[in-house]
Ligand binder design. Structure first.
Ligand SMILES: Nc1nc2c(c(=O)[nH]1)N[C@H]1C(S)=C(S)[C@@H](COP(=O)(O)OP(=O)(O)OC[C@H]3O[C@@H](n4cnc5c(=O)[nH]c(N)nc54)[C@H](O)[C@@H]3O)O[C@H]1N2
Ligand SMILES: Nc1nc2c(c(=O)[nH]1)N[C@H]1C(S)=C(S)[C@@H](COP(=O)(O)OP(=O)(O)OC[C@H]3O[C@@H](n4cnc5c(=O)[nH]c(N)nc54)[C@H](O)[C@@H]3O)O[C@H]1N2
Ligand code: SF4
Ligand SMILES: [Mo]
Length: 641
């Protein structure tokens, strides 16, 4: 029998695509993008197009695994959950719930996954994470400046005359934004990319500006100074911006030329950006998520917020400074108190060192779900040490990741094609449901079943009771029912979240303390050069993987892409060592004359156990605000083997 079923992709990706699966005799034989989904438009990205080989991979876990004398052995679910309940309860009794650390990352963006947080809050509350490895700095910046972390409707870009893609690789990281940009261009919008790295998104743009990594603040100040000098400022801006004069003084601190030297761009580029923001309005600034991952990441995003505000591009159609779409904004998660309830927190980017150091009580148990911190958090070896030295580590995943390998107990869970969940997106406003297109294989349980079965063993059955569907209803009802949207509505197809407006702040009132835009008034720190390690390690998203999960198995050393002049005489294609202050690994050099001479580009998320992991070279450092990680400020050098 052949049938087709629809679901939504739950991966940590701004697109949240509609997927149409063909199922023949219980087996999925094909997946493709949903033509009816306004964002997906009938296509999937490279990594999800190939997902069936992951879904049916022989490496997929189908039984809980217990580590004994360094070896994993399959055990029955009852035994696994009894053990987990017994160990967690004993640790709670002996040391208090703060001795348990629950860490959930972005393996799935489904709302139902939050019930793992809820369980551990009821069981403890236990120690949780704070900060955000992904978008901490940018979120904090926009929250501070606008009092809101939300964006204009994605399709409002069709009203822009200019679109500035500031540190954004849409073809890789949000491929379904690309058609919207092409449509905008067809309607006359003119696009610019500002990115230290050359990539395919430049081909959509009429101009490509390639600043020194992390120097966007200086570039923004050059642009701001030109806006002031040319009087391309919105005359009303002083009435809706705080610190207007201090911001002007900040921009005036250096000449346009001096700022441009810092940013390593020519003055004409700064003038071009200013002209687009001023006389070229409406101009939308799309702020990439990558740019915030620097020691001055929030300062950079704040400078872009200020450019949008003083030039009068905030509150108008075709304008805006868009960073994040509130993916949970339509849903009520207030019954989960999170950090507020936690007895203490671990700063996410400092996971390894904090877990090692916390005392009174020490962290004795770690529960990891939907994350691979050994590979994805900075300082892989410190994270690994932290996990290796705990008494009880549980990892819930579908694969034996580098993190799962360090667990005492591994619990196999469902994939995105088996998910029963509710989704919003951080790249657009469409919300909807994921529904299993097939049942999980024998021996696999959903995250919800896992916490419910654990709850039954520790006296929390009632608190966690309910089917996935009932929980979805609970998340949906408070905010969406008043708009006439029910679960049935979402089950019939994705809908636009009715809460956010197409254009934010049209009345130029902002939910900040003063009701005005909070303009940045001080220069953020910059990351110091290290002459012995001259290259910025840019370990970036690649279309071939979802963070640590590769669409096809990787073999051999990772590839590092550099400008030929930055290779120190190493020939194209040769093997060498990539070294940082804390580690080194063997890589293959690839020349690319379109790159800057001060960057070494590497895929993010290579496997640690195979010696391909960028994060093994990366020191754990936080961003200026929001406790993000300065992932792209580590300096490296190439050396002969
Ligand atoms: N294929 C694929 N897609 C993904 C992911 C993946 O792993 N693979 N990951 C997902 C995740 S977790 C997220 S958070 C999102 C967003 O994922 P991100 O990888 O954050 O994507 P971008 O927003 O494109 O930001 C990356 C861009 O920022 C640029 N950048 C870095 N530093 C600077 C700087 O100092 N100045 C400027 N101007 N630019 C800079 C980089 O060169 C790069 O082009 O994508 C998701 N999509
Ligand atoms: N060097 C460097 N490091 C980075 C980045 C970078 O650009 N460069 N990017 C950073 C960013 S933006 C992010 S968001 C983080 C991402 O960091 P993580 O969220 O840790 O990334 P993933 O590798 O996607 O790990 C998710 C895991 O969840 C599993 N999983 C998938 N679905 C489910 C599910 O339904 N339930 C459960 N329990 N597990 C599931 C997957 O198999 C996978 O092993 O990495 C950060 N680290
Ligand atoms: S990973 Fe992103 S682009 Fe790919 S199918 Fe999922 S939502 Fe779409
Ligand atoms: Mo992310």
């Amino acid at each position: 029998m052949t049938e087709t079923k629809k679901t939504l992709c739950n991966r940590d990706c701004p697109d949240v695509c509609g997927i149409v699966a063909t199922i023949e005799d219980g087996r999925i034989t094909r997946i493709r993008g949903d033509k009816d989904h306004p964002i997906t438009r009938g296509f999937l990205c490279y990594r999800t197009s190939l997902f069936l080989s992951t879904q049916y991979s022989p490496q997929r876990l189908t039984s809980p695994l217990l580590r004994h004398n360094g070896e994993f052995h399959p055990i029955a679910w009852d035994e696994a959950l009894d053990l987990a309940a017994q160990r967690l309860t004993a640790i709670r009794r002996e040391s208090g719930p703060a001795a348990i650390f629950h860490y959930r990352s972005g393996g799935s963006l489904g709302l139902v996954k939050h019930l793992s947080d809820y369980f551990f809050e009821k069981f403890g509350p236990v120690t949780t994470k704070r900060g955000d490895i992904c978008a901490g700095a940018g979120d904090a910046a926009q929250g501070l400046d606008f009092g809101e972390r939300e964006s204009n409707d994605l399709f409002d870009l069709l009203n822009s005359k200019n679109i500035l893609l500031w540190g954004k690789n849409v073809f890789t990281s949000s491929p379904h934004t690309a058609p919207v940009l092409m449509d905008a261009r067809a309607k006359g919008a003119r696009l610019v990319l500002v990115d230290p790295v050359y990539h395919k998104t430049a081909t959509l743009c009429e101009r490509f500006i390639q600043p020194r990594p992390g120097s966007d603040f200086a570039l923004a100040m050059a642009v701001a100074r030109i806006l002031f000098e040319q009087n391309w400022i919105d005359p009303q801006a002083p009435s809706y911006c705080d610190h207007f004069d201090r911001f002007r003084s900040l921009a005036m601190r250096h000449t346009v030329r001096e700022w441009c030297v810092q940013a390593d761009v020519d003055e004409e580029s700064a003038l071009d950006l200013a002209r687009r923001l001023g006389p070229g309005k409406p101009t939308a600034i799309l702020v990439g998520w990558g740019m915030g991952r620097r020691v001055n990441g929030a300062g950079i995003v704040r400078a872009l917020d200020a450019l949008g505000a003083i030039s009068g591009n905030i509150g108008i159609s075709g304008g805006g400074v868009s960073f994040y779409f509130k993916r949970r904004g339509a849903f009520d998660t207030s019954f989960i108190r999170g950090k507020e309830a936690a007895p203490r927190t671990v700063c996410e980017p400092l996971f390894g060192s904090e877990v090692l150091q916390l005392a009174n009580p020490p962290i004795r148990a770690v529960w990891v779900t939907a994350g691979n911190p050994v590979v994805m958090l900075p300082e892989s070896e410190t994270t690994a040490q932290a996990l290796r030295s705990r008494e009880f580590v549980v990892v819930v995943d579908s694969f034996l990741t580098d993190t799962a390998k360090l667990a005492h107990l591994v619990l196999p869970t469902t994939t995105l094609l088996e998910a029963d969940d509710l989704l919003g997106s951080y790249g657009h406003h469409w919300i909807g449901v994921a529904r299993p297109v097939v049942s999980p294989p024998e021996g696999v349980k959903s995250d919800l079943e896992i916490v419910q079965e654990l709850a039954r063993r520790v006296g929390l059955a009632d608190a966690m009771a309910g089917s996935a569907r009932e929980w979805k209803q609970r998340f949906i009802a408070p905010k969406l029912a008043p708009h006439g949207i029910t679960l049935e509505t979402l089950e019939a197809g994705a809908v636009r979240n009715p809460i956010p407006k197409n254009v934010l702040f049209e009345d130029r009132r902002f939910p900040t303390a003063s009701g005005k835009v909070n303009l940045i008034a001080d220069e953020p720190p910059i990351s110091a050069d290290d002459p012995e390690f001259p290259l910025f390690m840019m370990s970036l998203s690649t279309e071939k993987s979802q963070s640590s999960h590769w669409a096809t198995p990787q073999q051999g050393p990772a590839t590092v892409t550099v400008h030929p002049d930055a290779a120190g005489g190493l020939p194209d294609g040769s093997l060498c060592r990539l070294e940082s202050r804390i580690g080194s690994m063997t890589v293959r050099v690839r020349y690319d004359a379109q790159q800057r001479r001060d960057v070494a580009i590497l895929p993010k998320g290579g496997h640690y156990s195979d010696g391909r992991c960028a994060n093994a070279l990366l020191r754990a450092r936080t961003t200026d605000l929001g406790e993000g990680a300065a992932l792209y400020d580590e300096r490296v050098r190439l050396a002969r083997l």
